[in-house]
Design a protein around this ligand. Structure first.
Ligand code: G6P
Length: 609
């Protein structure tokens, strides 16, 4: 999704801006642009459809340099991807980049047109630059104009603005879209994600909703929504939050799949003893809240939503606590009934997903018992706005299709479920059994990633297919959903997932020799029922690909390919069976030649509604 970088230094900042954009590339975008104030006080604007590399190519033939500049990667919302619609946008001496969506852009556009402003793009963002221009006075007052403009905007924004007439100032504002300030020595920066600035600083100030900041080389001043000067803490981020390179891997997604043994171990570290989940695992506040929890409401989007669906089985089975799971974009606009004692839990890799954040804010008005987030990014908006946070230790996830973030979410959710079950009287033998399984997880994860060559071989059957059906039962149903999501995200093959028991209520009509049917079949109490469902597929000539352990008793034969996976404790099956499905979609995408890490039309962090 859109990315912002800005810099004000005593050296040329073109390289810093471009490196920042490169570091944001993984989020998904379709055009890029940069604007620098040159030594003659002129604004030098360069924009390009396509990748940051295309923008760089443009800059090599039409160089632009300056000590002050802003840059942007755009993911189209209003207006097609094009040079004209790319940011920065300009209005006279002012230039601006914007993340978010301005909902009242139409009426603002009409007012500005009536004042004589001409529009060069179809974007909602261009409205903001003309608005700031119309409110600015010659030679000074940029920050004031930005502040006044924000009061007239409806919707979400992160803004970075410069004026050719104010070489000492970079103005920025945040509401509904993230923005951080990077603190340097006699130079300061802004970005939509700290990752963009790690090459220049490790010190960051996170802006709050409604803040307007005046960034100068010598210092930063921030005013809140009420216009009062505020002093936010400076956070030092360690290298663990840096973007690692791909190492020996061809793609980030591949690297992230193979990192899973390590990151699930990191997520468990310090949280489990030999036989118990340690009381400090969820923090001291959790000790107070958990005994009062009578119900859990989980809210998330995309892959994180699937993690929530898995957790429902664990929470109801182990803790005996009713649990509902809903996508954030739905619950935020629905009239909900909140029963006393309900804990509101968000799950998010980025901690910045607009709908999840909005759902949390909405929930805060509704009488929930408390708010917890399971998140991968410290200091993200969801973490800052939740009372309890349980961090996943996946490290930066760059591939748009989420892999290690998902499995670490499942680990965190398992810890949460066991902790809640304990508060509700889970027998210690059962806890010891679940915890002993968790101790085996990193090693088993490694054994499941070792299936790579076998899965690669299996993937050849999919490259020419247009559709695929994933089946699972019980807790494996959300794993089937996640497998289908991975396949469609990166290979563009249409994939659907069904609980196997629903097969004859519709999807069976689609089954023929051209429809591969992928089955998640661990050895559990639903196995025999699942086997009957598979007979229904075979009887219609469907091609089955069954992921099962030897104990499940499947053998490969005409129409059935069995991908044999290691035997594992039942409680770990959803986490482990995810791995071969990730590998399957990865290898199918390789065969199809798609852009694995940045699939078309998708964004890593969806910061607009
Ligand atoms: C986007 C990403 C998905 C992710 C979803 C939710 O769609 O492409 O991989 O699952 O957002 O993101 P979150 O950061 O809240 O987990």
């Amino acid at each position: 999704m859109c990315g912002i970088v800005g810099a004000l230094a005593q050296r040329n900042v073109t390289g810093i801006l471009l490196e920042g954009l490169r570091r944001l590339e993984y989020r998904g975008y379709d055009s890029a642009g940069v604007c620098l104030r040159d030594e003659y006080g002129q604004l030098q604007l360069r924009k390009s459809l396509g990748k940051v590399a295309d923008l760089e190519a443009k800059l090599s033939t039409e160089p632009a340099e300056g000590l002050q500049g802003i840059a942007h990667t755009r993911w189209a919302t209003h207006g097609v991807p094009s040079d004209e619609n790319a940011h920065p946008h300009m209005s006279g001496h002012i230039t601006l980049v914007h993340n978010g969506i301005i909902e009242n852009h139409q009426s603002l556009r009409e007012d500005l047109q009536a004042k004589g402003y001409e529009f060069a793009s179809d974007t909602d963002s261009e409205v903001v630059v003309h608005l700031v221009h119309s409110l600015s006075t010659n030679g000074h007052g940029l920050v004031d104009a930005v502040s006044k403009a924000t009061k007239m905007l409806e919707g979400a924004y992160a803004l970075a603005v410069i004026s050719s007439e104010e070489p000492e100032v970079l103005a920025c504002a945040r509401y509904g879209s993230p923005l951080v300030l990077g603190v340097g020595i006699e130079e300061n920066f802004i970005a939509s994600d700290p990752m963009a600035l790690r090459q220049v600083t490790d010190r960051f100030i996170f802006l709050e909703e409604g803040d307007v900041a005046e960034v100068r080389r010598s210092g930063i001043s921030v005013r809140n929504k009420q216009g009062e000067e505020v002093s936010h803490p400076v956070h030092k981020l360690d290298r663990g939050h840096d973007v690692a390179d791909k190492g020996r891997y061809r793609h980030y997604m591949q690297k992230e799949i193979f990192e899973q043994p390590e990151v699930v171990a990191a997520t468990l570290a310090g949280r489990i003893g030999e036989r118990t989940v340690l009381s400090q695992a969820l923090g001291s506040l959790a000790q107070e809240i958990l005994p009062k929890v009578e119900q859990v409401q989980i809210v998330a989007c995309g892959t994180s939503y699937h993690a929530g669906m898995v957790a429902r089985y664990w929470l109801e089975d182990w803790a005996g606590v009713p649990c509902s799971v809903e996508v954030a974009s739905e619950i935020r606009y629905r009239k909900t009934v909140v029963r006393p004692g309900t804990l509101f839990v968000t799950i998010s890799q980025s901690g910045e997903t607009a709908d999840t954040l909005a759902a949390l804010r909405q929930a805060k008005k509704l009488g929930y018992l408390g708010f917890m987030t399971i998140c991968n990014v410290p200091n993200s908006s969801l973490v800052r706005e939740s009372e309890l946070s349980l961090m996943t230790e996946a490290g930066p996830e760059i591939g748009v299709a989420s892999t290690k973030a998902f499995t670490t979410q499942l680990v965190a959710l398992q810890l949460f479920s066991i902790a809640l079950a304990k508060a509700n009287g889970l027998p210690s033998e059962r806890e010891a059994e679940l915890v002993s399984a968790l101790h085996q997880l990193p090693k088993l994860m490694e054994e499941f990633t070792d299936l790579d060559a076998l899965v690669q071989h299996t993937s050849e059957a999919f490259a020419e297919k247009n559709h695929a059906l994933f089946l699972g039962r019980g807790v494996e149903f959300p794993i089937a959903l996640e497998g289908a999501l991975k396949l469609k995200e990166i290979s563009y093959i249409h994939a659907e997932a069904y609980p196997a028991g629903e097969l004859k209520h519709g999807p069976l009509a689609l089954v023929d020799a051209d429809m591969p049917v992928i089955v998640v079949a661990p050895n559990n109490e639903l196995l025999e029922k699942l086997k009957s469902n598979l007979q229904e597929v075979r009887a219609r000539g469907g091609q089955l690909f069954v992921f099962a352990s030897p104990k499940a008793g499947f053998t490969s034969e005409e129409g059935i390919t069995v991908v044999e996976v290691p035997d594992s404790p039942e409680s770990l099956a959803p986490i482990l069976y995810t791995v071969p499905l990730q590998l399957l979609s990865y290898h199918v995408a390789l065969l199809k030649g798609t852009d694995v890490d940045q699939p078309r039309n998708l964004a890593k962090s969806v910061t607009v509604e």
